[in-house]
Design a protein around this ligand. Sequence first.
Ligand code: BG6
Ligand code: MG
Length: 221
Amino acid sequence: MEVVKAFIFDLDGVLVSTDEQHYKAWKSLADCLGIPFSRKDNEAFRGVSRMSCMDKLAAISGRQFTKQEKTDCATWKNEQYRRLLDSLSPADLSPDVKTTLDMLRAGGLLLAVGSSSKNARYILARIGLGDYFDAVCDGTNIAKSKPDPEVFLKAAQMLKVLPSQSIVVEDAVAGLQAAKAAGMTACAIGGAISSPLADIRIKYFSELVQYVERINDEKVF
Ligand code: BG6
Ligand code: MG
């Protein structure tokens, strides 16, 4: 690949472990509606927009939901989710993530968030990263959610870098699909690590620093 100029990070499940709260909120809704919903079902909910998740839940139920019912259910789910986020604090930002972000920045790299979530800015503020990133592209400024590449292409535009100079870090298969469709390098972590779509696989965030040094052939720190 060309010289790496930027990282675009997914939020939920990458920068912070909010994927569990998403699961719990969808599970409460499913229980209320009498719909069977497992952690395995939740896998397909990762990375995709709230309404796409609601469509998937409706498909699992096998029932017909009106547009209004789906909107009401998704709103209710979001209320549960926001309640679960109440306890989120800077202590939920892992030292590995924060140190790595600081090192990449010190090495001259641009850093962005590319998330499907409409709660992204709220979450970033709660974990103490409210003003940290050079760009934040999220569910509030995109028309199409992952696996569409829009969120990552817009983030790269905001940073004024080319897709080929950008690495996306993702924990969801839909996110890896979006990164590849955007023409970016796809780095998988967590739940997406075994996906064949990944160009790079990391167990720990700090591995990103060595990766950039290898490609750019210079010390990042
Ligand atoms: C993604 C999550 O980051 O955001 C998905 O991985 C979620 O599970 C999506 O559905 C939308 O989130 P929100 O906060 O707008 O409901
Ligand atoms: Mg994610």
